[in-house]
Design a protein around this ligand. Structure first.
Ligand code: C5P
Length: 430
């Protein structure tokens, strides 16, 4: 999991610095490369020579070193990593980070980086429990900095309590857990806009729930928020695609730069999608109701008798299947469906790929505690004819960005050829 990852390890001046030497070894054993920066105080506990020997890389200590800057400037160094880890993090470096100070190499790297930061505090128990340190920790957490430890235990100074640095393997586990997590907000703001890789492509996206009317005031709905579908529409538009978003009722604003068509029921969504063909791709992220009430009452149903009314249901058109299996002239080159499952997520998605006749299925977990419905994160598998990609839990915006990148890659590979073959459809509905 850490193979090929680049870690920038900032070592500050605490007795726990000796454990950072082991941390470097454990990270390198797992295939990560480790570049280190040390504070002046850290050099009192471990030498730059031992850190450099173990990491196999130059150690950065001096912000004013002309030779270091000439080799790799501190801004570049702070961005070259995938993750910045501060271990041990003393009360002093936490305070300087919380203040946004940049008065040595270590803190300058921490302020300049555009990568997530994980800190492993290590200090005397009184220093850790001091309100000033706790304030700084709170501030850093709000700034999106992740923490591992400190653990309870006996300190080098003989006192007992929280303040011991987490063990190297605990830090390794915390580092692994960082990958795939959404970036802190302030880092997202400075990400460069994605290239216009979908310019000239037209994509239809469905999103949100549908409302199936019972009578003029009542309807059948579901818990879909539309967050994932809207994020996909926005990500495709950000890559230059002409996006038609057909959305059921949601409380989200229309994504900028996207033509948004508002519909209520599945049948309206169906017509809006077909009316907007042809398209290069169609992404069906909406949670379309499988059934509608067969006969919608024209007046509000009244409580006239003791027996409640019986709602007879009729099947809604399956928009995904209909578009995926429409004639080759109208069928978008790439048709992507979604599958929300509580168990056997990938196996069901593979079946659905065949039964719906689509090219890809984005399968997501909607089981208990999954936070998918209405939440801001999602854990998905991208199921294609040629294999399955398991993505870690990410923000819905990140899932959308990844999917938009895969779609752009699909078109860049298949650009010169117009795909006119329909995939084989297996019988039956999953
Ligand atoms: O059959 P199921 O509802 O599980 O399929 C989910 C996928 O099919 C989603 O991509 C959803 O948007 C799409 N769908 C559709 N029309 C329906 C039902 C589902 O487009 N009537």
């Amino acid at each position: 999991m850490l193979k090929g990852k680049r870690i920038l390890l900032v070592i500050s001046g605490g007795i726990a610095a000796y454990k950072s030497l082991e941390l470097i070894r454990r990270l390198r054993e797992r295939g990560a490369s480790v570049r280190c920066a040390m504070t002046k105080a850290a050099e009192q506990f471990v030498t730059p020579l031992s850190v450099s020997s173990l990491s196999g890389e130059k150690v950065s200590t001096d912000i004013f070193s002309l030779t270091d800057e000439a080799e790799m400037g501190h801004i570049e160094l702070s961005r070259d990593a995938d993750l910045v880890v501060v271990a041990p993090a003393t009360a002093n470096i936490l305070a300087r980070m919380a203040q946004g100070l940049a008065d040595d190499m270590a803190t300058t790297l921490l302020l300049a980086t555009d990568k997530p930061i994980l800190v492993a505090p290590a200090m005397n128990v009184r220093m850790w429990l001091h309100p000033a340190t706790q304030r700084n920790v709170e501030q850093l957490k709000q700034d999106g900095v992740a923490f591992v430890g400190p653990n309870d235990g006996e300190m080098a100074c003989g006192e007992y309590g929280p303040g011991r640095m987490a063990e190297p393997l605990e830090i390794v586990a915390a580092i692994e857990a960082q990958f795939g997590k959404p970036l802190p907000k302030h880092l997202m703001l400075v990400q460069p806009p994605p290239a216009q890789s979908l310019k000239g492509r037209k994509v239809i996206v469905t999103s949100g729930p549908t409302h199936e009317p019972i009578d003029p005031v009542r309807y059948i709905a579901n818990r879909s928020s539309g967050k994932q579908g809207h994020a996909i529409a926005a990500a495709l538009a950000a890559r230059g695609a002409e996006v038609i978003l057909v959305t059921g009722p949601v409380s989200l604003p229309d994504p900028p730069g996207v033509k948004t068509i508002h519909v209520e029921a599945a049948r309206d969504m169906f017509s809006a999608c077909f009316l907007n063909l042809p398209a290069d791709a169609a992404i069906f992220a909406a949670a379309v109701a499988d059934w509608r009430v067969a006969v919608e009452a024209s007046q509000k149903l009244k409580k006239t008798s003791d027996t409640p009314p019986t709602l007879r249901l009729a099947e809604n058109p399956d928009i995904l299947r209909a578009i995926a299996t429409t004639d080759a002239k109208r069928r978008p080159t790439l048709v992507v469906g979604f599958a929300a499952e509580t168990e056997n997520v990938v196996a069901y998605a593979k079946k659905k790929l065949a039964s719906k006749g689509c090219d890809w299925i984005v399968a997501n977990h909607v089981g208990e505690g999954s936070d998918t419905f209405g939440g801001d994160s999602n854990r998905v598998h991208l199921v294609r004819q040629d294999g399955v990609e398991d993505w870690p839990r990410m923000s819905k915006a990140e899932v959308a960005a990844q999917l938009a990148d895969r779609i752009a890659a699909f078109f860049s590979e298949s650009a010169p050829v117009v795909k006119l073959t329909k995939p084989k459809i297996s019988k039956g509905r999953s």
